[in-house]
Each structure stands twice: as structure tokens, then as C-alpha cells.
Write a protein that binds this ligand. Structure first.
Ligand code: ADP
Ligand code: ADP
Ligand code: ZN
Length: 213
């Protein structure tokens, strides 16, 4: 099963993608996590990506597309994968479509997790992330068992630099301008499904499982 998660920053794509990956035993591929791991390890890609991420801008397609095309060509992706945060632009979506077409394949589902802008800022300011294992929490709605500590790996949780309110507004603008057009793109491909992302995490997941079957 090959799945794309669509939705604004903070809509809950990552939260749902992790659960999908667990239930269907497919890898969770988050471009944001890949960039953050590169930043943490001080790689050349990380240095370049950080310049854009800190400003709430998208990392250029040239730095993003090949990375994902390589990743989905790896052995563990044979039975499918869930893409979280990619594609984010029409050229990225076209690169993905082309890469799969060459293999005689195509995506099965694009799931739009729909959350209005008003709710997003609240979600982002309460998001706490583990930069070691990629787990995310919310101080009110999805708190870790021990405050400030990752349930999964025990590392310290942080408020991401790009989750501060100034940057969040910029990311929302970028989302509407560059990423939202993908909803139509996948509608035309006939694989778009929408879920109401304002529901509780478990209810959103139940809706998704219904769609995926
Ligand atoms: P969120 O989960 O809040 O939407 P992500 O972790 O997916 O955030 O992404 C964080 C940042 O990484 C983005 O704001 C952007 O700068 C960069 N990024 C992630 N994925 C992509 C992508 N597919 N194309 C360009 N930039 C990306
Ligand atoms: P995205 O990957 O789309 O940027 P996340 O999955 O990281 O979004 O979720 C953003 C924030 O909202 C996190 O703090 C997360 O714990 C929280 N969150 C996710 N889903 C829900 C939900 N259904 N209700 C309330 N908060 C949620
Ligand atoms: Zn962790």
C-alpha cells in the first residue's frame, strides 16, 4: 500500500503516518525527519536545508526529490510506504508520479488531513518533538508520560525552532500557496480522500483505517 499524507503543517500527518506504518507494517518516510537528522549530523544537505527551514520556507525541489525517489527504491519499500511531508509542490508530485510510472506503479491513496488555520497555531505551539527518534507529542492533547521526556527513547523533548508563532504563519502561507494545489492534483488522479483532522487522534485514525480497508 502506497500512501501520501497531505495537510497543513501541524495537521497531524506525522502522528497518523506513524500509526499507519505500524498497523500496515510499511515504512514511514518523513522528509522533515530526514532533513532534521541531517541537520543534527551536520551534513552538507543539513546545512543547506536549515537555511530554508528556519525561515519557514520549503527546501528546494532539487534537494528533495532525488532523496525521496532513492528512499522509495529501497528494499523495505517493496510492499508500500507512507509519505509524510512529501510531495509539497506540484513539481515534487510530478517527480514522484514519473518515478513510479517507470516502475509500472502508482500511489494508492492521498489522504488529506483537514484542519483549519485557526487550530494550527495552537497545535504547533504545544507540539514537542524528540529529535532523536522523531516522536511528537502535544503538551495538552497528547502529553508524554513524563513531562519533557520522550516515551519511546527517553531523550529530552524540544519546541522546534520553526514551531514558534512567527514561523508558523509563514509556513501556513507557503502551504496555501505551494502545497494546497496538490489536493486537486490527486483528486484528478482519483486517489484523494479527506478526513476531518480536528477530531481526537484516535478518531482520525479510525477514519483513515476505514478508507484504507
Ligand atoms: P510539519 O510536520 O510541521 O509539516 P515537516 O517536519 O514536515 O513539518 O517539515 C519541516 C520543514 O522541512 C518544512 O517547513 C520545510 O522547510 C522542510 N521540508 C520538509 N519536507 C519538505 C518537502 N517535501 N519539500 C520542501 N521542504 C520540505
Ligand atoms: P504534522 O506532521 O502534520 O506537522 P503532527 O503529527 O506533528 O503534525 O501534529 C502536530 C501537533 O498536533 C503535535 O503536537 C501533535 O501531538 C498534535 N496532534 C496531532 N494530532 C492531533 C489531534 N487529532 N488532536 C490534537 N492534537 C493533535
Ligand atoms: Zn524519542
Amino acid at each position: 500500500m502506497k500512501i501520501i499524507m497531505l495537510g497543513a503543517p501541524g495537521a497531524g500527518k506525522g502522528t497518523q503516518a506513524k500509526q499507519i506504518a505500524g498497523k500496515y507494517s510499511i515504512p514511514h518516510i518523513s522528509t522533515g525527519d530526514i532533513f532534521r537528522a541531517n541537520i543534527k549530523n551536520g551534513t552538507e544537505l543539513g546545512k543547506k536545508a536549515k537555511e530554508y527551514m528556519d525561515q519557514g520556507l520549503l527546501v528546494p525541489d532539487e534537494l528533495t526529490c532525488d532523496l525521496v525517489v532513492d528512499r522509495i527504491g529501497q528494499d523495505d519499500c517493496k510492499n508500500g510506504f507512507v509519505l509524510d511531508g512529501f510531495p509539497r509542490t506540484i513539481p515534487q508530485a510530478e517527480a514522484l508520479t514519473d518515478a513510479l510510472n517507470k516502475l509500472g506503479e502508482s500511489m494508492d491513496f492521498a489522504i488529506d488531513v483537514d484542519v483549519p488555520d485557526e487550530n494550527i497555531v495552537k497545535r504547533m505551539s504545544g507540539r514537542r518533538a524528540c529529535l532523536d527518534c522523531g516522536a511528537t507529542y502535544h503538551i495538552v492533547s497528547i502529553p508524554p508520560k513524563k513531562e519533557g521526556i520522550c516515551d519511546v527513547c527517553g531523550s529530552e523533548l524540544v519546541l522546534r525552532d520553526d514551531d514558534k508563532p512567527e514561523t508558523v504563519q509563514k509556513r501556513l502561507d507557503v502551504y496555501h500557496e505551494q502545497t494546497q494545489p496538490l489536493i486537486d492534483y490527486y483528486k484528478k488522479q482519483g486517489i484523494l480522500k479527506s478526513v476531518d483532522g480536528t477530531q481526537a487522534m484516535e478518531d482520525v485514525f479510525a477514519n483513515i483505517v476505514e478508507i484504507l480497508g
